[in-house]
Ligand binder design. Sequence first.
Ligand code: HEM
Length: 149
Amino acid sequence: MLAQTLFFAIFRYFHLMAAIIGIGGTFMLRYVVLPSLESQDEEVRQRFHGKARRKLGWIIPGALGVLLISGIVNLLRAFTVAPPLPYHIIFGIKFLLVLPLFTIAVMLVLPGNPPNRFQRNRRLWLSFNAHLGFLIVALSVALRFLSGK
Ligand code: HEM
């Protein structure tokens, strides 16, 4: 029993950490880094984005992988308490929203030149993903209350 609790707690911790890094990082890029770069030359901006993309190229897929695996473990934990019907509906909505968020996040850090359509409209897609993330966290709070543990 203690081992099971510890197991679920560890995966909950991983889930929260990956969500904090992913959504917090997206918010920071959109509302702090992008506006701060606006006064820089185009060449400086492109160099920054190229370097940032290389670093984010492993951080973002890593965070998404952790979210997916720990999310599945969270789901197993929730089923140990047989949550009510709204839980399943809200989880379905959450999962449908997670899919575009994952896709956009990967498109934004894909390597390659010239930049793809998401990278050319970085400001729009970072805003979109940050707000989608806020909505997903709100749904997750509801899930947590409904699973009551
Ligand atoms: C952008 C992606 C995601 C974000 C921002 C996110 C965020 C969160 C947050 C903040 C919680 C609350 C954790 C807690 O209170 O312990 C949570 C719980 C949960 N998440 Fe996610 N999550 C994401 C992706 C996923 C995925 C891909 C899955 C499933 C495969 C998933 C399944 C769950 C489940 C089942 C719970 C537990 C709800 C409960 O307590 O019953 N999440 N998520």
